[in-house]
Write a protein that binds this ligand. Structure first.
Ligand SMILES: Cc1cc2nc3c(=O)[nH]c(=O)nc-3n(C[C@H](O)[C@H](O)[C@H](O)COP(=O)(O)OP(=O)(O)OC[C@H]3O[C@@H](n4cnc5c(N)ncnc54)[C@H](O)[C@@H]3O)c2cc1C
Length: 410
């Protein structure tokens, strides 16, 4: 039989896309193909679990627009599916003059993005969070926490309930696009579809190549390493506590995140990974390393970010360095508080000129649409991203997307 749509990738973006296609075209024949035995096995299941409000992102960028819509959509979806989330709010804490100036810029940007923030002085910060110190802070009340694995599983249930199929342990190994359909090989069987949508995260460039398109970018794995506080420290903070991001650096900085199941994580950092899907620190995959070592953009990126890369790598192996970042705003923390916690790995698209792609990036052929880059906060934004992709697939518009490169990432 010929499916209307086959979606590659059982992460939150793939499931949300399948759901949006079924909502837009009830009765359509849809199959989601996920290579792992479980859904949400990669980025979606290894993140900070934050429902972002969207204060950081360049006004007018897809990131800003989709995050704002996604924050509300995620909470509505959780409400209607009985999924626990908590709107605990976030404090972005400035500890010196430079950070105070950056914090004011962030306040102004939040205003342009239409997000309510409250300015908090040092004394009020102490009242809100007795274990946190800073000169000033911004309180973002609408920021929340959730388990994105649970959200993804609920999306999969909705897909099945609407007549769609979700196949786990089904890796796509070949794609052939013809005039009338796309044929997709997996070890057990083949699938034929009118349209193919790939949301393959860490494998996005390889799946695009399978589809017959030589990617003009490379996926670089950036490890986000976390620690976890011991249970007796569970009440250390009640809000998410973030440093003020350095605009020169492409990530938000090590933060304290109370999770929906009552733990507190510290992190993530951002370290160049040696394996796309290897979570232990020592994981190495030579094919993954060779793939980026051969890419000219990688060397340009490395030269431009050498200092940051060295500091991040040092702090990754020397716990005291990592700890110092969090102690800037939470001086009570000790090395004994930092317990091991599984890392996440970001799929970051890098261009040939060495620039990192900050926003969502799509690549399209007549019958295929590939999500090439879906960086944080794509978990928060997944529902509107799915709607956007479904709309593009259904109205057949060719589109590549490169919005302004001006937003830090988690
Ligand atoms: C450390 C970290 C912290 C983050 N924190 C946050 C946060 O707090 N809030 C937020 O909103 N976002 C956060 N993000 C970002 C967010 O997690 C991702 O943007 C989002 O999960 C991307 O979803 P995805 O479906 O595109 O990718 P993934 O979840 O990686 O899914 C892609 C899927 O495709 C499958 N696949 C790949 N190749 C094939 C193939 N050949 N055949 C079949 N299946 C295939 C993979 O197995 C995988 O399951 C964070 C990310 C990281 C790494």
């Amino acid at each position: 039989m010929t499916y209307d749509f086959v979606v590659i990738g059982g992460g939150i973006v793939g499931l949300s896309t399948a759901l949006s296609l079924l909502r837009a075209q009830p009765g359509a024949k849809v199959a989601v193909l996920e290579k792992e035995a479980e859904l949400a096995a990669h980025q979606t299941g290894h993140n900070s679990g934050v429902i972002h409000a969207g204060i950081y992102y360049a006004p007018g960028s897809l990131k800003a627009t989709l995050c704002r819509a996604g924050e509300k959509a995620t909470k509505d979806f959780c409400d209607s599916h009985g999924i626990a989330y908590s709107t605990i709010g976030k404090l972005v804490v400035a500890t010196d003059d430079v950070e105070v100036a950056r914090l004011h810029h962030l306040r102004d940007r939040a205003g342009v993005n239409g997000i309510d923030v409250e300015e908090v002085d040092g004394a009020r910060l102490r009242e809100l969070e007795p274990n946190v110190t800073g000169r000033e802070a911004l309180l973002v009340r609408s920021t929340g926490v959730v388990d994105y694995r649970a959200v993804t599983r609920a999306m999969a249930d909705d897909v099945r309930a609407a007549g769609g199929e979700v196949h786990t342990a089904t890796p796509v190994t070949a794609i052939r696009e013809g005039a009338d359909a796309v044929e997709v090989d997996t070890p057990g069987r083949g699938f034929r579809a009118r349209r193919l949508i790939a949301c393959a995260g860490l494998q996005a460039d390889r799946v695009l190549r399978l589809g017959g398109v030589e990617p003009d970018f490379r996926i670089i794995p950036f490890r986000g390493e976390y620690y976890e506080l011991p249970p007796e420290r569970a009440g250390l903070v009640t809000h998410l506590i973030y440093p003020v991001p350095d605009p020169e650096l492409p990530f938000l900085g090590v933060h304290l995140s109370p999770t929906i199941d009552g733990r507190i994580t510290v992190g993530p950092n951002a370290v160049l990974g040696l394996a796309r899907e290897g979570y232990p620190k020592a994981a190495v995959n030579l094919r993954d390393v060779a793939d980026y070592a051969r890419f000219p953009g990688m060397w340009k990126f490395a030269r431009a970010n050498l200092r940051t890369g060295v500091v991040e790598a040092f702090n990754s192996v020397v716990k005291a360095g990592y700890l110092a970042q969090a102690r800037k705003y939470c001086p009570d923390l000790t090395a004994a508080d930092l317990r091991p916690h599984v890392a996440g790995i970001r799929a970051q698209a890098l261009l040939r000129d060495g620039s990192v792609v900050e926003d969502f990036l799509l690549r399209q052929t007549a019958r295929q649409l590939h999500v090439a880059n879906a960086p944080s906060p794509a978990a928060t934004s997944s529902l509107p991203i799915g709607q956007m992709i479904a709309a593009r697939v259904l109205d057949g518009r060719g589109q590549t997307t490169d919005a302004p490169n001006a937003s830090p990432r988690t």
